[in-house]
Design a binder for this molecule. Structure first.
Ligand code: FEO
Length: 393
């Protein structure tokens, strides 16, 4: 594979990794991911922007060799996480003259994770520039989208903005440029939920900042390049806003169908009242899709069977995950069924430390639902519908 020309003296030299199924041992990758790296050749200096996941280093080195890149002056590291920085040791060995250009926080992280000598670094601050001769980079520190060390690199003359993880997607279809499909939008939303949603306030701020910059192209380090930046900026403006949809996510785990019957009944009642509802089986579904479903729902209902004297571990995991992903959910309820005793609510409530949705009435029943239990679900559905109306939904 060759480097792909994006503009005069600007090249894509990243790789698609369709075999990878899991990121950070946590995030499912239904279609793999990409590690985007870029090479920019100025009239005096040349630079590589971000590197590659270390097991793929030979592919990057082959591309550079094929393009007869024998000297690198700089390697810009926008973020220290090792899917982008992990190949730095191999690159500084191959190109010993290269300096790593990054910010103070990223430098500290890279040194601690990769043991690279301090003298290999040039540290930049917000607004600093780096001249390549006829091309100039400006650095924009963007902490907490998603690590404290994240920064963007802006190629001023070409108006190309390199955003590292921000505005990315685990999307491997098509060319290096965005296809602006519904599939891409879903992949980008899923990625936002998994990676950026915990930092929604910061993400919102940087969406506005990127808009003000009006780049001609957004070049993330995962997924396609946007030569129409409005596509991804509009999507992020929606996801990061305070607005929620008239929609309920009912995530449930059911051992002997009682909780499933409750979940399905609640969904039916909500839909009959004009409120969209989605059922999510916590055993069958993948957690990335669960995360994506939380992005803009107004209400989340957790459904769980009793295991021993508490909620099913799948419900505990889902509640913990939802809590740390920090969706903008406004209302929360628990439904479930027990056999002989215990408490389904206390352990789940105790997990909601990062988000504080309004707690609605819970419906906890003994055994298979009876008429009086369905009546309680009717009340919960009516309460949810009223709450959504109170938000103007
Ligand atoms: Fe793609 Fe935060 O690394």
């Amino acid at each position: 594979m060759k480097m792909q020309k994006l503009a005069e003296n600007i090249f894509f030299c990243g790789e698609k990794d369709r075999e990878r199924t899991l990121f950070d041992q946590l995030v499912p990758l239904p279609e793999g991911t990409t590690y985007n790296s870029y090479f920019v050749k100025g009239s005096e200096k040349s630079v590589l922007i971000d590197t590659i996941y270390p097991p793929k280093i030979d592919l990057l080195l082959d591309k550079l060799a094929e393009a007869k890149v024998t000297k690198l002056d700089y390697i810009i590291s926008n973020h220290a996480e090792q899917d982008h920085s992990g190949a730095l040791p191999a690159l500084v060995e191959k190109f010993p003259e290269a300096k790593i250009v990054t910010n103070e926080r990223a430098k500290d992280n890279i040194i601690s994770m990769l043991h690279i000598a301090e003298e290999k670094f040039i540290v930049v601050k917000d607004g600093d520039t780096l001249s390549l001769g006829d091309k100039t980079f400006q650095f924009i520190l963007a902490p907490f989208v998603h690590w404290p060390d994240t920064m963007f690199s802006y190629l001023i003359e070409d108006k190309f903005l390199f955003t590292c993880d921000f505005l990315g997607a685990h999307y491997t279809s098509g060319d290096v440029f965005a296809d602006y499909s519904q599939d891409l939008l879903i992949a980008a939303k899923r990625y936002y939920a998994e990676i950026m949603m915990p930092f929604r306030t910061f993400a919102s701020k940087y969406v506005a900042k990127v808009r003000d910059l009006a780049p001609a192209m957004i070049l993330p380090s995962h997924g396609p390049i946007y030569n129409n930046p409005e596509f991804i900026l509009d999507a992020y403006a929606d996801w990061t806003s305070n607005d929620v949809k008239n929609r309920v996510l009912i995530s449930y785990v059911s051992m002997y169908e009682s909780t499933k019957i409750m979940a399905e009944y609640l969904k039916g009642k909500l839909e009959a009242a004009g409120t969209d509802a989605v059922l999510w089986d916590l055993i069958e579904g993948d957690t990335g899709e669960l995360a994506m479903e939380t992005v803009d729902v107004a209400t989340i209902v957790i459904g769980t069977s009793m295991v021993l004297a508490g909620p099913h571990p799948a419900a505990v995991y889902a509640t913990y995950l939802i809590n740390v992903l920090k969706p903008k959910v406004k209302f929360f309820s628990i439904i479930g069924s027990y056999g002989w005793g215990g408490n389904l609510v206390k352990a789940l409530d105790g997990l909601l430390t990062c988000i504080k949705p309004e707690r609605l009435g819970d419906v906890i029943i003994k055994g298979r639902p009876k008429a009086e239990d369905f009546a309680k679900l009717d009340e919960l559905a009516a309460q949810i519908v009223e709450k959504h109306k109170s938000l103007g939904l």
